[in-house]
Ligand binder design. Sequence first.
Ligand code: 6PG
Length: 243
Amino acid sequence: MTMNLKHANILICEDEATAAQEAADRFACAAVRSVAEHGRFCVALSGGSTPKGMYGLLAEHHSFVPWYQTELFFADERCVPPESPESNYRMIYDLLISTVPIPEVNVHRLEGEMSPEIAAERYEQEMHKVMGYDPRFDMIVLGMGSDSHTASLFPYTPALHETGRHAVSNYIHKLGMHRLTLTFPLINRAHSVIVLVTGQAKAETLAAVMSGDEDMDMHPVQNVKPTHGRMLWIVDCEAASKL
Ligand code: 6PG
């Protein structure tokens, strides 16, 4: 099977700043719509460097988002304490959470400081507590690594084939460490998924993902396919330069 541009919903932006703006606008619109439709906005955010611009914009223009009704989760986490410079929670806290008026109880952290198995189980319980046993995010914001991983679903790792769990610990051989991650069955239940990819360094990977043969073990991000939701790639011209 091939996955080519014809089938992907892809927005190509002039530059990284425009891509960040588009992603922030979509986040704000989804938040307003979700709150109008069912009283709250359940969202999961990714770490990495790509979404930093988007988070900065959301912090700067925070009055456009109904933060009080937002339930904020994380797509993945490194197994480090929350104060570590490696922590996704810390990055998102510093850029966004610390500035916006979101109640503390609405921020649901993956506990990277705990044993990975226990942290994943506790996170599932937390998602079930907030969203029920069949959790469905209103929006999930993902990135893509140069090896085409997304969240902490890395090539050729066991978590790629998870069919039952909603969050797992995943051992990443090449990093020599565990990560905590949402799973595909949960990601693909979302109402809306954004995959934000910018920069020349991602151009070859993006071209391989979009036009190469479909191989979920080699290109995990290809398995992001919401079954009853929308998916949008937001990329900049540099990342799109080899499409
Ligand atoms: C993380 C992520 C991860 C990220 C990609 C892209 O914790 O690193 O959530 O999936 O989105 O690795 O990372 P960059 O944006 O830094 O390229």
